[in-house]
Design a protein around this ligand. Structure first.
Ligand code: DQA
Length: 146
């Protein structure tokens, strides 16, 4: 059976491609989503990408995922470092969630080293550009089990 994966992108990630490209790469969000869809096809997983700038919309998307998704790849953007409400949503839904970041959050300002979200995720992947998402997709698709 095809696994259904929510790929949830948080605030400012709609600007990828032009936003600090030396930090986040030159791919647009649409291009990242295309690459993930192609990889998903290879792995037998169907991805549903969604981007939102507001915390409430991200929480609603996480709640809605309970009804259809097998797992979530989540880049919470700046909310990573601020949001108790998003952490509570991740903890509430009972789905495996992998936190991802394009940049290496540990190599930047000290405020980025703390994540409210990470403790309620299966794990975190940070610093590999769009490939952070690709690794998370492989893990959720269950192709790296052995
Ligand atoms: C980010 C890292 C966050 O610290 C930052 O606020 C972002 C992007 C990343 O993907 O590297 O918006 O989540």
């Amino acid at each position: 059976m095809m696994k259904q994966i929510l790929v949830l992108h948080g605030p400012n990630l709609n600007l990828l491609g032009t936003r600090e490209p030396e930090m986040y790469g030159r791919l647009t969000l649409a291009e990242i989503n295309e690459k993930l869809a192609a990889l998903g096809e290879q792995l037998g997983a169907e991805i549903r990408p969604l981007q939102a700038n507001s915390e409430g919309a991200l929480i609603d998307a996480l709640h809605a995922a309970r009804a259809w998704a097998d797992g979530v790849i989540f880049n919470p953007g700046g909310y990573t470092h601020t949001s108790v409400a998003l952490r509570d949503a991740v903890a509430a839904i009972g789905l495996p969630v992998i936190e991802v970041h394009l940049s290496n959050v540990h190599a930047r300002e000290s405020f980025r080293r703390h994540s409210y979200i990470a403790p309620v995720c299966v794990g975190s992947i940070t610093g590999f550009g769009w490939r952070s998402y690709a690794v998370a997709l492989r893990l959720l698709a269950g192709t790296d089990d052995e």
